[in-house]
Write a protein that binds this ligand. Structure first.
Ligand SMILES: C[S@@+](CC[C@H](N)C(=O)[O-])C[C@H]1O[C@@H](n2cnc3c(N)ncnc32)[C@H](O)[C@@H]1O
Length: 222
């Protein structure tokens, strides 16, 4: 990160930078595509958000964030954080506001709400996005619902990245207790609408242009 004044307590996004650079270099530089609007579902302290601002976004980009800023109550690893917040230290939200304040030329819109409640409202209000990052609840059903709405909110030729495809918390091995089955269900059900960019700890997909979805073939598959 270029700016040493950021406040981060968890470096979760750090290992993703290299693969994001590959993806966005391909998408923006080589593909001549633009990222005019971004939706991040689960931003935490904004490490991915500020990385995108530093590296890949232009001034004036619309950056929409949906997060409870309350941690993930179903995860063992979040319990200390949730206690801290309940004790009155709103550090996730405070750090997010601090970190993103270094980018006053980005059009921030921050919704402090669960994604399951907020995303249908965004769709009803007519928002659409060029890039959506899904990184909120790690429950498979929540992840699928986030993905379902993300599909409706993503523009043709837009990119969706799912974090934590391979995430598993120790002692919690039921299908619903990790995002994997939610992401797999989404990829199976919507396979005609997307092409796979990359799959590893994260999964990145590109939505096919509308006319190509109708024909049933993707331009790169010819
Ligand atoms: C793993 S963190 C996100 C990390 C962030 N994308 C980054 O790169 O640094 C998950 C975030 O999702 C939020 N969250 C969990 N469940 C949520 C839900 N149902 N709706 C909205 N936000 C949620 C938590 O408050 C937390 O900030």
């Amino acid at each position: 990160m270029e700016n040493n004044n950021y406040k981060f307590t968890k470096p979760w996004f750090e290992p993703m930078k290299e693969s994001w650079d590959t993806i966005f270099n391909w998408y923006i530089t080589e593909g001549k595509n633009e990222l005019k609007s971004v939706l991040e579902i689960g931003s935490f302290e904004g490490m991915a958000s500020v990385y995108m601002c530093e590296k890949w976004l232009k001034d004036g980009t619309h950056y929409h964030v949906v997060d409870t800023f309350g941690g993930s109550e179903n995860e063992v690893g979040h319990q200390d954080m949730i206690k801290q917040i309940n004790d009155g230290d709103d550090f996730i939200y405070d750090n997010f506001k601090h970190n993103t304040s270094f980018f006053p030329n980005i059009g921030w819109k921050v919704e402090r709400e669960t994604s399951q409640h907020m995303l249908p409202l965004l769709e009803r209000e007519g928002y659409t996005y060029d890039f959506i990052y899904v990184d909120a609840s790690h429950q498979a059903d929540d992840t699928f619902v986030d993905a379902y709405w993300a599909h409706k909110l993503l523009k043709p030729n837009g990119i969706i990245i799912f974090d934590d495809f391979l995430w598993q918390e120790e002692g919690r091995d039921k299908p619903i207790e990790s995002p994997k089955f939610g992401i797999q269900a989404f990829m199976s059900l919507y396979q005609d609408s997307y092409a796979l960019i990359s799959s590893g700890y994260q999964v990145a997909l590109i939505k096919k242009p509308e006319e190509v979805i109708i024909k049933g073939t993707f331009i790169n598959e010819k």
